[in-house]
Ligand binder design. Structure first.
Ligand code: GDP
Length: 480
C-alpha cells in the first residue's frame, strides 16, 4: 500500500498536479517530466480541475486543427481565397509572431496569447523562424505548435504593423467595421508597447464579437496582457473557474507550455548539480542594468547589498578582525547558501563573491556566489546566447528566494515560473541607490506595463479587487 501511494505521488509531481499529460516520449525532452520531480519543491499552487480538463480539451482541438491536418489545410485555403467559408468554422487560430524583442518579452506575450486562445477556443501556432525550437520542446501531444514555414501569409507577416489595412485598430480608426461588414479571413492584432487607443479596443467586450468571426488572428505583442483579459466580462466568468487563485495564471501556463530542449536542459542541470544542489538554500539574483551605457556601477552593487541585507536574504559581514574560523566556532549556523546571479555583466557576482570570501558573515553562514553566464551584450536570435538566457531564467526559477530588477520581463518569467514573489530592485535615478532599495512584490504575476487605462476598462481597473497597479509603476496593472 505504501509503495502504491508513493508511486501515485511521484506521478502526481511528475505531471505537476495533472497540468501535464502523461505519454510524451521522455528522452527527446528530458526536462518535461524531471523538472518538478527532481529539481523543484512541489508547488504550493495546484491547478484547478477545470484548468486541467480545459487543457485536455485544448490538446484535442490542437490535434484536430494543427499543422498537417485536413482542417488546417481547409483553414489556410480561406486565406488564399481571402474569405471566410461558412462551412469551415471548426478551427480558428492565433498566430503568435516572434518580434525583435528579447526572450522575456516573447515568453510573456506568448503566455498571454495562449490564454486568449484557450478562452476563445482557438489554436495557437508559433512563428518558428526565430530560435523557438532550439529553446522549447513541443508542449502539445501528437501534434505541433510550430507554424508551418509554408503558411500562406508567411511572406507578409513581418511587414504587418499599425498601418496595415487589416490591422484591427486601423480598421476601427477608418470606420471600416459596422454591423454588415463581412469578416475577413485574417486580422492583424497589434499589441506591442507602442499601440494606440484604437488598438486597445481589442480589450472591449463589444469588439470581441466581430473578432470571433475571423478564423485567423495574427498577433504581435511584447506585453503580458493577461490581466486585461480578466476585465472582459464574458472572459472573467471562465477565468474565475480556470484560476480560482487569480495570481497563478502565469505560473501554471508557463509550467504547462515551456519545457527546455535537451541542449538547454544540459546547461541547467550541469550548473545545478555542480553549484546549487549542495546548498541548503539558493538565492536568485537577477541584475539587469537598463541605463545607457549599461555595465558595472558601484551604486547598483551597493543597492544589491543594501536590499539583500535589509531583507535578510544575505547576512551582514562579521566585524573587522574576526576570522572565518572564529566566526564558525562561535555561531551555530553552518548553513551553505548559494547565490545564483543572472546578469549580462559578470562583475556583480565577482564583487559579491569577493566580499564574502574576504570576510566571514556575521551568522557563520557560508555564502557561495555563482554566475553561469556573463554575455555582456544582448544578442537576441543568436542560438547559443538565447539558450544561455533560457538556462539562466530556469536556474533562477529553481531558487527559494529571488531578487529581480524592476520592469525586466526576464525577471518576470523567472519568478512566475518559480512560483516566487520576488523582491524588486527599484530603478536607480541619478546614479544613486534608491531608498528603499527594493520592495516585495504584490504577487508572483508579471506586470502588464502598458495597460489600457483609459478605455472601456478604465472603471473596472479601479474597482476590481484582484487587479492592482504594479509596484512603483502606475501605468501598469497586475493580478494579485
Ligand atoms: P528585459 O529586456 O529585461 O525585459 O528582458 P528580455 O529577455 O526581453 O530581453 C533581454 C535579453 O538580454 C535576454 O533575452 C537575453 O538575451 C539578454 N539578457 C539580459 N539579462 C540576461 C541575463 O541575466 N543572462 C543572460 N544569459 N542573458 C541576459
Amino acid at each position: 500500500h505504501l509503495l502504491r501511494s508513493s508511486e501515485s505521488e511521484t506521478s502526481h509531481d511528475k505531471l505537476i498536479g495533472g497540468l501535464l499529460k502523461a505519454g510524451f516520449d521522455e528522452g527527446s525532452c528530458v526536462s518535461r517530466y524531471t523538472t518538478s520531480l527532481l529539481y523543484r519543491k512541489p508547488s504550493p499552487y495546484k491547478p484547478s480541475p477545470y484548468l486541467v480538463s480545459k487543457l485536455r480539451r485544448y490538446e484535442k482541438l490542437h490535434k484536430r486543427c494543427g499543422p498537417g491536418t485536413e482542417a488546417y489545410k481547409r483553414a489556410t485555403e480561406q486565406l488564399d481565397e481571402n474569405q471566410v467559408r461558412s462551412s469551415d468554422k471548426e478551427c480558428r487560430y492565433v498566430v503568435w509572431v516572434a518580434t525583435e524583442y528579447g526572450l522575456g518579452n516573447r515568453i510573456i506575450s506568448l503566455v498571454s496569447s495562449f490564454l486568449y486562445a484557450l478562452l476563445t477556443d482557438r489554436v495557437i501556432l508559433v512563428d518558428q523562424r526565430k530560435d523557438i525550437s532550439d529553446l522549447f520542446c513541443e508542449p502539445f501531444p501528437d501534434t505541433s505548435w510550430l507554424l508551418p514555414l509554408d503558411f500562406p501569409l508567411m511572406g507578409q507577416i513581418d511587414s504587418y504593423y499599425k498601418e496595415y489595412s487589416l490591422c484591427y485598430g486601423t480598421m476601427l480608426k477608418n470606420h471600416a467595421i459596422n454591423s454588415t461588414t463581412t469578416p475577413p479571413s485574417h486580422l492583424y492584432i497589434h499589441l506591442l508597447h507602442d499601440y494606440r487607443d484604437v488598438d486597445k479596443m481589442f480589450y472591449c467586450e463589444a469588439n470581441q464579437a466581430f473578432i470571433k468571426s475571423v478564423p485567423w488572428l495574427v498577433v504581435k505583442s511584447n506585453l503580458y496582457f493577461a490581466p486585461s483579459l480578466w476585465l472582459i466580462p464574458s472572459f472573467q466568468t471562465k477565468l474565475i473557474k480556470l484560476f480560482p487563485q487569480k495570481d497563478t495564471v502565469f505560473h501554471h501556463l508557463s509550467r504547462y507550455l515551456f519545457h527546455p530542449t535537451n541542449q538547454v536542459w544540459d546547461m541547467v542541470t550541469s550548473t545545478y548539480n555542480a553549484n546549487l544542489s549542495k546548498a541548503d538554500e539558493v538565492l536568485g539574483l537577477q541584475i539587469r542594468v537598463f541605463s545607457t551605457p549599461s555595465g558595472y556601477f558601484q551604486h547598483v552593487m551597493d543597492q544589491i547589498v543594501s536590499c539583500t541585507q535589509r531583507e535578510k536574504l544575505l547576512p551582514e559581514l562579521a566585524t573587522n578582525g574576526s576570522s572565518h574560523s572564529q566566526v564558525m566556532n562561535t555561531t551555530r549556523s553552518k548553513k551553505l547558501k548559494a547565490v545564483l546571479v543572472a546578469s549580462l555583466h559578470p562583475e556583480y557576482s565577482d564583487e559579491l563573491s569577493k566580499m564574502f570570501s574576504e570576510r566571514p558573515s556575521s551568522t557563520g553562514e557560508m555564502i557561495q556566489v555563482y554566475q553561469p553566464s556573463g554575455e555582456r551584450v544582448q544578442q537576441t536570435d543568436e542560438k547559443l546566447h538565447d539558450q544561455k538566457a533560457l538556462a539562466d531564467i530556469y536556474l533562477l526559477s529553481l531558487s527559494v528566494n529571488i531578487v529581480t530588477t524592476e520592469r525586466s520581463t526576464f525577471g518576470y518569467v523567472a519568478h512566475g515560473l518559480g512560483g516566487l514573489k520576488p523582491w524588486i530592485l527599484y530603478e536607480p535615478k541619478n546614479r544613486k541607490v534608491p531608498d528603499p532599495p527594493c520592495v516585495r512584490a504584490l504577487s508572483m504575476e508579471p506586470c502588464f506595463i502598458r495597460a489600457p487605462l483609459h478605455g472601456c476598462q478604465a472603471k473596472k481597473i479601479k474597482t476590481t479587487p484582484f487587479i492592482k497597479h504594479c509596484e512603483n509603476w502606475n501605468l501598469g496593472i497586475k493580478l494579485v
